[in-house]
Write a protein that binds this ligand. Sequence first.
Ligand SMILES: [Zn+2]
Length: 70
Amino acid sequence: MTTKLLEKESVKLRCPHCKKDIDSAWVCKIESFIGTRYAFMCNYCQKLLGISANKDYTLLKSYTQSQASA
Ligand SMILES: [Zn+2]
């Protein structure tokens, strides 16, 4: 059983999917058996930007950059 909660967070990221510079993202709080995780989704295309153990988008930066250059 997971609990999902959608919130809007201010971010400064470039979406690797739609290539837009986004200033807000949807954050989905997921309570799972491995602990709380936060899934960040693009405000425009609603694709997954990354998952973090903390509600801190800066931790996603390396993830999105490595994805974009891959
Ligand atoms: Zn996007």
